[in-house]
Design a protein around this ligand. Structure first.
Ligand SMILES: Cc1cc2nc3c(=O)[nH]c(=O)nc-3n(C[C@H](O)[C@H](O)[C@H](O)COP(=O)(O)OP(=O)(O)OC[C@H]3O[C@@H](n4cnc5c(N)ncnc54)[C@H](O)[C@@H]3O)c2cc1C
Ligand SMILES: *[C@@H]1O[C@H](CO)[C@@H](O)[C@H](O)[C@H]1NC(C)=O
Ligand SMILES: *[C@@H]1O[C@H](CO)[C@@H](O)[C@H](O)[C@H]1NC(C)=O
Ligand SMILES: *[C@@H]1O[C@H](CO)[C@@H](O)[C@H](O)[C@H]1NC(C)=O
Ligand SMILES: *[C@@H]1O[C@H](CO)[C@@H](O)[C@H](O)[C@H]1NC(C)=O
Ligand SMILES: *[C@@H]1O[C@H](CO)[C@@H](O)[C@H](O)[C@H]1NC(C)=O
Length: 538
């Protein structure tokens, strides 16, 4: 890319970030290693990405005085990818929404952390067990296991101090020993995930409908495990994002009839069109239930439904913060500027979905990792983690609270300008350039403040996100069709395509070759999502 173009991009980045004034801050060399205690809560993708960045990516002379601890309530690492084989009955919640037939919805190279691809010969759309194994591989490769405090559930986090100085008092339960623990930290990083507290829409008449016949069921997708539970039933799945689509395409093979109720036309989903699989009956949103019928907003009705599956998403809740008095739950409008609040769709005020701008503690005391929705988590988390780690190391790189708030307000104004409601959009990455621009922007923040070329941070003018990643994201559906085709050709073909594919670059090339293969075949033969083998496997 030409120098002028680079300069233009840099300037654009600076303008977007709105901190042109602080552009030429020099990075001061640290005066010896500073002692800091840092707690990460959660050992899923986000927690692991952050830990790796803090203790293995940053230069050792910066971090040698740091003590980093990861609290994880479960008995192992992996977050949603660690199965919960015997989920409890409602209202008690399973520890993960993971179900037996889960495979990734995108090709694995786009989910990875930088320069750490999945093992050779990993299926391009791996089974969930291989994704869990990937997390284990990271921990082993970087020798991270000693940082994890497993079976440690954090129940309360409270800032003891002022807006200028203090410590986090972190309290919780050690489930292995049935004891309580308490400890103090300078920085708290929340990586507890956002797919754990079901959002159940308030649909008039739903529970009266359920009670009106003995064998009717209403369950949220967090409890979904096995499509065989729906043998012979008439099922209605609400919601068209990842889980809704997956559950519908599995249930269809077992149910007598499968309805899908969507807010949008199947083709209009913002990320992936909902395939018009044979046998799926598409309905509008539900308006209400009567004791015998489901009534939709277009006034059509269905009367034979036995089971309702609410694939209606999750709520942003962080009970330990709320218990400590640091996260108020508010109504739909969420305009908090002094104190951190959640309307269950988003936390505010945060800078770029990560840095808390709450006035009760200093900037840099509280970060979140893994908040963005619809992101290919590993790589996004790695970008956020770089921002977190370097701003902990060099606190003077943080702009003022007022500047960060201004950035947040400008971002929200640009959402409103295109007809979006920021309080509803929440942590979806809707800015032009989406996820890639978000990743690049966070790292650019560091690049333009003197950290370009430091460990993990590319030199000035070079983006953090290589172009094959957004290419893979944009071609996820065609790649899935390509991979299904190759799987149909047999194991020999699968192995032939994966042969010699080892480095990140090899996987990127594989993605390009597969897109070309599939587009070539589809160009000649045409393709129809209706005959959708691509979504048919499990
Ligand atoms: C069914 C399903 C399918 C998905 N498929 C894909 C996919 O194909 N591709 C993709 O990129 N993403 C997918 N995702 C998104 C997935 O959530 C992310 O990829 C990512 O793994 C989330 O990581 P996380 O660390 O942010 O959260 P989590 O994985 O939820 O990890 C949070 C961890 O924090 C722990 N924790 C929570 N509260 C406490 C506490 N108080 N004290 C101590 N520990 C606590 C939890 O036990 C958990 O281990 C899927 C999600 C679901 C639910
Ligand atoms: C891994 O970490 C442990 C605990 O910190 C340490 O004792 C061990 O020497 C490390 N192993 C390697 C190979 O670095
Ligand atoms: C755990 O400890 C609590 C009190 O600290 C006690 O009431 C409870 O019975 C203990 N549970 C087990 C399984 O030992
Ligand atoms: C539900 O129960 C009713 C009455 O007990 C029965 O007629 C019906 O077949 C049952 N439906 C299913 C799907 O089991
Ligand atoms: C099976 O589905 C068909 C079509 O939706 C419906 O007419 C029929 O009543 C259903 N059968 C049962 C046993 O529910
Ligand atoms: C649905 O029925 C109600 C009441 O009968 C009517 O007011 C409304 O206009 C109808 N809506 C549609 C989309 O037909």
């Amino acid at each position: 890319m030409g120098t002028l173009a680079n300069l233009a991009l840099m300037l654009l980045g600076v303008i977007c970030l709105g901190h042109a004034a602080s552009l030429f801050h020099d990075v001061q060399e640290p005066l010896g290693a500073t002692h800091k205690r840092i707690a990460i809560i959660g050992a899923g993708t986000g927690g692991i990405a952050t830990l790796r960045t803090l203790v293995r990516v940053l230069p050792e002379e910066l971090t040698s005085g740091w003590e980093v601890v990861v609290f994880e309530q479960r008995g192992d690492i992996g977050g949603v990818w660690l199965p919960d084989l015997n989920p409890p009955r409602p209202p008690e919640l399973p520890e993960t929404p993971l179900y037996g037939h889960l495979r990734t919805n995108g090709p694995h190279p786009i989910m990875t952390m930088p320069n750490f691809p999945f093992k050779p010969y990993t299926d391009l759309f791996p089974h969930h067990s291989q994704v869990w194994q990937y997390h284990q591989d990271i921990v082993h490769h970087w020798n991270l296991s000693s940082y994890f405090h497993l079976n440690h559930e954090v129940t309360r986090t409270r800032w003891v101090g002022t807006s200028e100085a203090g410590k986090w008092r972190v309290q919780g339960r050690n489930h292995e020993q049935n004891t309580s623990f308490a400890s103090e930290f300078d920085h708290l990083i929340i990586a507890t995930g956002h797919d754990h507290y079901p959002h159940e829409p308030d649909i008039p008449g739903l529970y009266e409908w359920k009670a009106a016949a003995p064998n009717r069921t209403v369950v949220h997708s967090i409890f979904y495990r096995d499509p065989a539970d729906y043998d012979g039933k008439n099922v209605i799945v609400l919601g068209g994002s990842g889980s809704g689509r997956d559950i519908a395409r599995q249930v269809i093979k077992h149910a007598n009839s499968t309805y899908v109720s969507l807010k949008f036309e199947p083709e209009d989903h913002p990320r992936f069109p909902f395939p018009r699989l044979p046998g799926l009956i598409f309905k509008k949103q539900i308006h209400h239930f009567t004791p015998n019928e489901v009534v939709f907003v277009d006034n059509s009705t269905v009367s034979d439904v036995d089971s309702v599956v609410l694939a209606t998403g999750y709520e942003y809740r962080f009970p330990f913060l709320t218990a400590g008095g640091h996260l108020d739950i508010v109504g739909d409008e969420n305009e908090g500027e002094e104190h951190l609040t959640t309307n269950l769709r988003r936390l505010r005020p945060l800078y770029e979905h990560t840095l808390s701008l709450d006035t009760a503690y200093p900037l840099g005391a509280l970060y979140g990792v893994g908040f963005p929705t619809d992101s290919n988590s590993g790589f996004t988390d790695a970008a956020v983690a770089l921002f977190v780690a370097y701003t902990i190391a060099y606190p003077h790189l943080l702009a003022s609270r007022a500047e960060f708030l201004e950035h947040l307000r400008a971002d929200e104004a640009s959402q409103r300008a295109v007809g979006l409601d920021p309080a509803y959009v929440g942590h979806r990455l809707v800015r032009p350039g989406g996820e890639t621009a978000y990743q690049d922007g966070l790292v650019e923040y560091l690049q333009v403040r003197g950290l370009a070329g430091h460990l993990g941070v590319p030199p000035l003018g070079q983006k953090f996100t290589p172009s094959w990643r957004p290419y893979g994201v944009a071609h996820a559906a065609v790649l899935r069709r390509a991979w299904t085709r190759i799987e149909k050709w047999g194991d020999g073909e699968v192995r032939r395509w994966l042969e010699g594919v080892e480095t990140e670059e090899d996987w990127a090339n594989l993605i390009t070759r597969l897109v070309e293969l599939e587009q070539g075949i589809e160009g000649e033969e045409g393709f129809s999502d209706n005959v959708d083998d691509a979504y048919g496997y499990y």
